[in-house]
Design a protein around this ligand. Sequence first.
Ligand code: PLP
Length: 286
Amino acid sequence: GIAFLDGQYLPMSQAKISVLDWGFLHSDATYDTVHVWDGRFFRLDLHLDRFFGGLEKLRMTIPFDRDGVAEILHSCVALSGHRAAYVEMLCTRGASPTFSRDPRQAINRFMAFAVPFGSVANADQLQRGLRVAISDKVRISPASIDPAIKNYHWLDLVRGLYDAYDRGAETALILDFNGNVAEGPGFNVFCVKDGKLSTPAIGVLPGITRRTVFDLCAEVGLTAIAADVSVAALRTADEVFITSTAGGIMPVTEIDGAPVADGKVGPITSRLMALYWEKHDDPAWS
Ligand code: PLP
């Protein structure tokens, strides 16, 4: 992979930052990840919107505008030579030259990199559906951190993941502060009941793949809403799937050891998965 750091393009192994950077010390950072498929970015504008929105809320500034960042991302991909890439743009508060505790003294640091695309789910999992466990860990409250600021706060998600592994599952879903389903480590979740889709509304990252599912539903006339999703609703759903930039739309066929409906990937999930990848050939969605 190739990284962009301090105005230079470098092999990933040479891209290093100070341990005094507040991104590392305080998780004071925001980022976004976009994927490139067959040499083309997918929905880059939406990822740039979210990234620049996060920068503004965190009062960070970078020496590039949207076009400048887009150009850097394209260069990282071109230099890496990968046709399928996972591309990240990030900004940390940086380090203060005087070790000051005043964030205004820190020098914000922008970085980017492109590495080979590695899906969250492998081919076998995409075909049979993932085995998920619902952990009792609670996602950080939206009253503490605006979930629309894509952030690196994953202590809750990683603890949920260990709960899932302990119970023989492949990944985890964690709860929101009301005990409803929130999201998982790097993905949003949808359930389908009687042909209608729903996904948690609050306390979750507004994922671009989640948004893409809404766009696809609008195109084909399916109803999708953002609303509370209870644990019971998830367990009794006809279909469940998860969504992320790093995996697209991925079926879930087992929750806490019990099959979702008949335990097979459902027709709406399959249809949306196919549509999602078809859109990668449509320049309007690049
Ligand atoms: N939720 C969390 C916590 C994430 O970190 C991510 C992506 O990294 C998502 C959801 C999915 O968002 P997107 O579809 O934009 O990748």
